[in-house]
Design a protein around this ligand. Structure first.
Ligand code: ADP
Length: 638
């Protein structure tokens, strides 16, 4: 029978597995057992609503057997099983779920080094069987079907699916172990002690019994007596089926029984992450609703999280039965990076996704968990600042976007978690900013910009900085929304240095500027007339100290917002526009040059006005409408 070909990524993955020099080949067993456990979860869940399943919780198990002569390890489960189509879809292509992440990685690599990384980071599911096997046979019968099917592959050159016979529902994964070669003792995996050890090491908390038949010594009474008249016993062996795993899931165990290290190991295996989590949160709640939770804040930015099809949510169990793989309603959007498990006996087992959303118990759990996550982060911020800053680099963006996603209703509770850049290499909370600011400082100053260097060079910030006041950098539009919603901190309002009155000048200074503005009205009017509709006003600046010119705006739409609206495809010509105001510094020598030109050479004066405008746009990060005319104008003045 002709072989079917794997999809190209799967083929490359298999090549990597088969030829891998990866040292932790033993993880294959954990992956195969975890698939078996998932399959049992599925059938067990079905049995809650479908009495035809005819199984109860106690009937499910995973059975591991060894045949050293045939060099076979077999893992059998009585879970949901696979149909022919299931085999085609699940074993013929790279696994869909968590494993999607490494598809991209795979595209960037063919090197062994990277393969090791992929295996370490994600685990590789079913394909990891090829780390130790040169042939894998899967025989399975799906629940509800009369037919059994056999999938078989010797590696990347393809696979076959043929009809098979199997009496019971479930799956046998039969791994034909590779021959030993120098430095690779595959026969180890055929030894009972080794396999038992691996099961205890990696799969101890699997909730279904993992069993093996084990020979144990037995003594048989021969019926004879020795010289002293004692019965003569003959030593024999009997085979006993032993359950090797503790089965009590880690989150069900008390803190005294399970160390933080155990939880960290569990995280790494369960979520296929080679890096330790930044925080482990263990909850054992009794009261209105009882539940246990084990949550993790990942220690690095997960590739899967960046993926557009990332599914947020916690795994939800009720009395040890998994009822939902990802329940997003359990965590606030700001905390979507959190991974973990919630187990509550108070939830109804056959609850549907829709009704869950409105479930009162679930809402209470979610509220408490979100509080716990926040407290954990605050604790990290206070006790281990570098760790918190790393966390914020990884997930600060999610915090901020999550906060605005709910129209800002979560924002208040997230206020203390926010960090802002105010100077090169320093990040501050709002509290740290307001605690450190001089008492006479009227506002919390901020500006939008993609680097703090740029903010520090903004002409509009000159006066603020000359007073020693710090300017917060807001990297994205979402931040401006956050600032607007927060309104103030410690009774100090926020002030956008580009668009708002800085509140720094005294009344006399203000009067003086107003007077000067009157005196120089002709010059300002000339510039306004020359620029026409390009600006809504031309004024003398009260923000500039040494710089000649800057662009500010009147009204609520800032230049950043204008840019943002412009990018939104459906707004088109209706996109709101900023009212641009050109501000000039009358103390700057160029201003005098402009005055002279207005009197002596009007054409030149017009050019200078145009150049002022273009300069202000450039500083504000706005594109010039007509850069070549600008260049010509500048050069014509040489
Ligand atoms: P993942 O478990 O991450 O989805 P795998 O490569 O380990 O990826 O498995 C691919 C799919 O094959 C599983 O999602 C499941 O649908 C199916 N599968 C694997 N092993 C079994 C099994 N023992 N019983 C039923 N289905 C299985």
């Amino acid at each position: 029978m002709s072989k079917k070909q794997f999809q190209s990524e799967s083929k490359r993955m298999l090549d990597l597995m088969i030829n891998s020099i990866y040292t932790h080949k033993e993880i294959f067993l954990r992956e195969i057992i975890s698939n078996a456990s998932d399959a049992i979860d599925k059938l067990c869940f079905l049995s809650l609503t479908d009495e035809n399943v005819g199984m109860s919780k106690e009937d499910f198990n995973i059975f591991v057997s060894l045949d050293p002569n045939e060099r076979i390890i077999k893992v059998s489960d009585n879970g949901i099983g696979m149909s022919k189509d299931d085999m085609e879809q699940n074993l013929g292509v790279i696994a869909k779920s968590g494993s999607m992440d490494f598809k991209q990685e795979l595209d960037n690599t063919t090197k062994e080094g990277m393969a090791v990384d992929i295996i370490g980071q994600f685990g590789v599911g079913f394909y990891s069987s090829f780390l130790i096997s040169d042939k894998v046979t899967v025989i399975s019968k799906r629940y509800g079907s009369d037919e059994a099917w056999q999938w078989e592959s010797e590696g990347s050159d393809g696979y076959t699916i043929t009809k098979a016979s199997k009496d019971t529902v479930g799956t046998d994964v039969i791994m034909h172990v590779k021959p030993d070669k120098e430095g690779e003792n595959y026969s180890d995996f055929l030894q009972l002690w080794k396999v038992m050890h691996l099961i205890k090491k990696y799969s101890n908390y699997i909730r279904w019994p993992i069993q093996m038949d084990i020979e144990v010594p037995d003594y048989r009474d021969t019926g004879e007596k020795d010289a002293d008249g004692k019965p003569v016993m003959e030593k024999t062996t009997v085979i006993e089926r032993e359950t090797l795993n503790s089965m009590v899931p880690i989150w069900q165990r008390s803190k005294t029984e399970v160390s933080d290290e155990d939880c960290i190991e569990f995280y790494k295996e369960k979520f296929h992450d080679s890096e330790e989590p930044a925080a482990v949160i263990r909850v054992n709640a009794e009261g209105q609703v009882s539940y246990k939770a084990l949550l993790f804040i990942p220690g690095r930015q997960l590739l899967s999280f960046m993926h557009s099809d990332y599914e947020p949510g916690l795994q939800l169990y009720s009395s040890g039965v998994m009822i939902m793989e990802k329940c997003p309603d359990l965590i606030a959007e700001s905390f979507y990076f959190v991974r973990g498990i919630v187990d509550s006996p108070d939830l109804s087992l056959n609850i549907s996704r829709e009704t869950l959303q409105h479930d009162r118990q679930l809402r209470i759990i979610a509220q408490n968990l979100n509080k716990r996550i926040k407290n954990e982060l605050i604790k990290m911020q206070e006790n281990d600042r570098p760790k918190y800053e790393k966390f914020y680099d990884n997930y600060g963006r999610q915090l901020r976007y999550g906060a605005v996603a709910t129209a800002g209703q979560d924002l208040e509770s997230l206020r203390d978690l926010l960090l802002f850049e105010t100077d090169v290499d320093t990040k501050k909370t709002l509290k740290e900013y307001t605690d450190a600011m001089p008492s006479e400082q009227p506002f919390i100053y901020y500006a939008m910009g993609d680097s703090i260097e740029k903010i520090l060079k903004l002409p509009q910030g000159e006066l603020v900085r000359s007073k020693g006041y710090e300017i917060i950098r807001l990297p994205e539009e979402v931040d401006e929304f956050i600032i607007e919603k927060l309104i103030s901190h410690a009774d100090k309002k926020f002030c956008n240095i580009v668009t708002q009155d800085l509140g720094i000048e005294s009344e006399e200074e203000k009067e003086e500027t107003a007077k000067k503005q009157d005196e120089l009205k002709d010059v300002l009017d000339f510039v306004k007339e020359t620029l026409g509709d390009k600006v809504s006003a031309v004024r003398l600046s009260r923000k500039l100290l040494t710089a000649p010119v800057c662009m500010t705006t009147d009204g609520t739409v800032t230049l950043e917002m204008e840019r943002y609206f412009k990018r939104m495809p459906d707004l088109g010509l209706d996109a709101p526009k900023a009212e641009r105001v050109l501000e000039l510094n009358s103390e700057h020598p160029s201003f005098k040059a402009l005055q002279d030109a207005i009197e002596n050479d009007v054409e030149r004066a017009k050019k200078l006005a145009q150049i002022y405008h273009s300069q202000a746009l450039l500083i504000a990060g706005e594109p010039l409408e007509d850069p070549s005319t600008f260049a010509e104008t500048v050069c014509s003045l040489f």
